[in-house]
Design a protein around this ligand. Structure first.
Ligand SMILES: CC(=O)N[C@H]1[C@@H](OP(=O)(O)OP(=O)(O)OC[C@H]2O[C@@H](n3ccc(=O)[nH]c3=O)[C@H](O)[C@@H]2O)O[C@H](CO)[C@@H](O)[C@@H]1O
Length: 364
């Protein structure tokens, strides 16, 4: 089979695509894969590093206000559809799958116009702009939250879950926290990270909270996001870092450390949530207020409603609030266990298989 995948910008759109590719390759090792992204998105690093053939097109998103930049966006969209058609003609895919982000708008639209079978995967509880547009042209739409069903043509929608969930569901502890990050294997570890790019609000609160973390029986792995790391390391509060706090810019291969993580503090990006629920990890969510239709709050709310996570609004966040919430959770093992069990119940650990089935049904 020949599979063309496109999705990008942030990790939340890329890692589900890579997880899907991994699962297909396990089932059908002869599958030929091509990934189409942009040079600007995180995919230009992550995808070639994963050893997957990668091509790029040039595209950009619309500005929400009336802006002359939007003329360039229209021009780039038309050009990228043209370039996508060339790539599709050459690669001859049996099926094209888009996992979100501007780039897949052009690629999947071009494929649908060329009558190639097409699927989009929506990770969030509110449809992204690109996926909403594409849903009129594609054959199938895979979703991860029931709430998003109404955003798409009903007969195309299949609940699949997020393929990344399947990738992490089978992971076992590797000991990497001790070997690579010099963390104590006998202490519980809390992972703090703000999605694939890091989040300023979470970073600032975490910096403030360092003084409180000192002397706690747990340890903290604080992941800043690559772009924020250098500035954070210059901050006076990290000069005398307590032994139980480790700061890193980014975790490559996140699934390999997640089974050793006792609790997470993070954004409510949909792919992070798929990982958390696949393993059943108690979590404190601080949704990004800067995303379309406030979709992270809706993502988070669905876990909070199930008793699987706690939520702090970014507007109410500071170091003390962060610490007090962590403290309350860590001091109550019963609550942690209940949250973990509820999270696991919400997980879809066979999501990649479900999406592959949609693909196979479409091809037959
Ligand atoms: C600001 C923005 O637009 N965010 C969106 C983006 O988030 P973002 O890209 O932050 O996505 P998620 O939180 O869903 O996923 C982050 C992914 O990056 C991985 N990771 C993260 C940090 C790290 O150091 N190493 C690492 O590998 C995580 O394990 C996870 O697989 O896509 C998500 C999925 O469509 C959306 O729900 C988010 O609203």
């Amino acid at each position: 089979m020949r599979l063309l995948v496109s999705g990008g910008g942030t990790g939340g759109h890329i890692y589900p695509a890579l997880a899907l590719i991994e699962a297909i390759k396990q089932q059908r090792p002869d599958t030929e894969v091509l990934y189409v992204g942009t040079t600007k998105g995180l995919e230009s690093k992550i995808v070639p590093n994963a050893g997957i053939p990668f091509k790029t097109i040039e595209i950009q998103g619309f500005k929400r206000s009336l802006s002359p930049e939007n003329f360039k966006t229209v021009y780039l969209f038309l050009k990228s559809v043209h370039d996508s058609k060339k790539i599709i003609k050459e690669f001859k895919p049996d099926v094209v799958i888009g996992t979100g982000g501007y780039v897949c708008g052009a690629v999947v639209y071009a494929a649908a116009k060329m009558k190639v079978k097409t699927i989009i995967h929506e990770q969030n509880s509110v449809a992204g702009v690109t996926n909403k547009f594409l849903s009129h042209y594609v054959d199938k739409v895979g979703i991860c939250f029931d709430d998003v069903r109404a955003d798409f043509p009903a007969k195309k929608v299949v609940f699949t879950g997020n393929p990344r969930a399947q990738q992490v569901a089978t992971m076992k502890p590797t000991g990497r926290l001790a070997t690579e990050y010099q963390l104590d294997p006998n202490k519980k570890t809390i992972l703090i990270f703000g999605g694939s790019r890091g989040a300023l609000g979470i970073n600032n609160a975490s910096l403030e909270a360092i003084e409180y973390f000192k002397d706690q029986p747990y340890q903290v792995l604080f992941v800043t996001g690559r772009v924020h790391y250098d500035k954070i390391m210059e901050d006076s509060r990290v000069k005398d870092l307590p032994k139980n706090v480790v700061i890193k810019p980014y975790i490559a291969d996140m699934p390999s450390i997640l089974p050793e993580i006792a609790a997470i503090v993070g954004r409510a990006g949909a792919t992070s949530l798929a990982e958390i629920t696949a393993l059943g990890i108690p979590t404190i969510l601080i949704p990004s207020p800067y995303v379309t239709h406030d979709h992270q709050t809706k993502n988070a709310q669905s876990l909070v409603n199930k008793g699987a996570a706690l939520m702090i609004k970014e507007s109410e966040l500071n170091g003390k609030v962060l610490f007090e919430n962590i403290q309350a959770m860590m001091a109550d093992p019963k609550k942690q266990a209940q949250m973990a069990a509820n999270a696991k119940k919400a997980g879809v650990p066979d999501a990649a298989d479900r999406l592959i089935k949609v693909m196979k049904d479409l091809l037959n």
